[in-house]
Ligand binder design. Structure first.
Ligand SMILES: Nc1ncnc2c1ncn2[C@@H]1O[C@H](COP(=O)(O)OP(=O)(O)OP(=O)(O)O)[C@@H](O)[C@H]1O
Length: 254
């Protein structure tokens, strides 16, 4: 598994003058599940892309197991995006084989069974519902048994029961393989339900304004008393977190 050390003095895109991230420092332990919560535009996706190496970082900003990005040994990374990003003209099995060409039919059936898609390997992804496509994207991410799993609001725009089923599945798979997880969400309840630790980012330029361990036993029900108590206490102690329009909307909606 992978530990992460992040220390970003300042992130500015080359075509812009705006600072997206500034003075952002945190670490993630091996096998830890960390949620990043913050208002729109705080730079959460940018940060995830820098961790994945999809967006340029400067030397000294991102370390894997103490190694800088340039020197890190090879590491299996799974990335689940907001959109499932499947190739519509390929079957489910062919989409899975894009990340792992030599995977056997048996392995494909096994992972599809885990995500509730038994018998769908020959279906074209365009024939699947949105929720089913997301399950394929989860299967694809877990197929390689990643050491680091990055998720960018993967369950946004799903109906509540489907989103909950996928959260349960994610937790189940995480508990089996224990990859290190960085999970971006706008939904505070989702963050509390899933994560070992919640990091709150400020409005742009984003930096960590609160780093809070979620010391509630799993499974965590959002209507459970320990859950509600933890959330109420955290919000009363850190009322400033409610600054930022979309973050405010999100908390109010819950
Ligand atoms: N490739 C890019 N070039 C220039 N600016 C960018 C690029 N990608 C993102 N940005 C800008 O960086 C800022 C942060 O964007 P980012 O998508 O990282 O935020 P976010 O917190 O993930 O937002 P949201 O929650 O709305 O998805 C925004 O102002 C965005 O316009």
């Amino acid at each position: 598994m992978v530990s992460l050390d992040i220390s970003i003095q300042s992130k500015v895109y080359p075509n812009s003058l705006e600072r997206v991230l500034e003075g952002l420092d945190f670490s993630v332990s091996k096998g830890e599940f960390v949620a990043l919560v913050g208002p729109s535009g705080a730079g959460k996706s940018t940060l995830l892309n820098m961790i994945a190496g999809l967006e340029k970082s400067d030397p000294g900003e991102v370390f894997y197991n103490g190694h800088s990005m340039e020197d890190r040994p090879p590491c299996k990374i799974g990335y689940i995006f907001q959109q499932p990003r499947l190739m519509p003209w390929l079957t489910v099995a062919e989409n899975l084989r894009l990340v792992m060409p030599k995977v056997s039919d048996t392995q494909i059936e096994a992972i599809l069974g885990r995500v509730g898609l038994s018998g769908k390997s020959a279906s074209y992804s365009k024939q699947l519902s949105g929720g089913m496509q997301r399950r394929v994207s989860i299967a694809r991410a877990f197929l390689t048994q990643p050491e680091l799993l990055l998720l960018d609001e993967p369950f946004v725009s799903l109906d509540a029961p489907n989103a909950q089923r996928l959260r349960d599945l994610l937790l189940e798979l995480w508990q089996e393989h224990k990859p290190t997880v960085v999970f971006v969400t706008h939904d505070l309840n989702e963050a509390i339900q899933l994560a070992d630790r919640v990091l709150f980012l400020s409005s742009a330029p984003g930096k960590v304004v609160l780093d809070k361990v979620v010391d509630i036993q799993r499974p965590r029900l959002s209507e459970g008393s320990a859950f509600l108590q933890w959330k109420a206490q955290m919000l009363s102690e850190h009322s400033g977190l409610l600054e930022g329009d979309r973050q405010q909307d999100c908390y109010d909606a819950e």
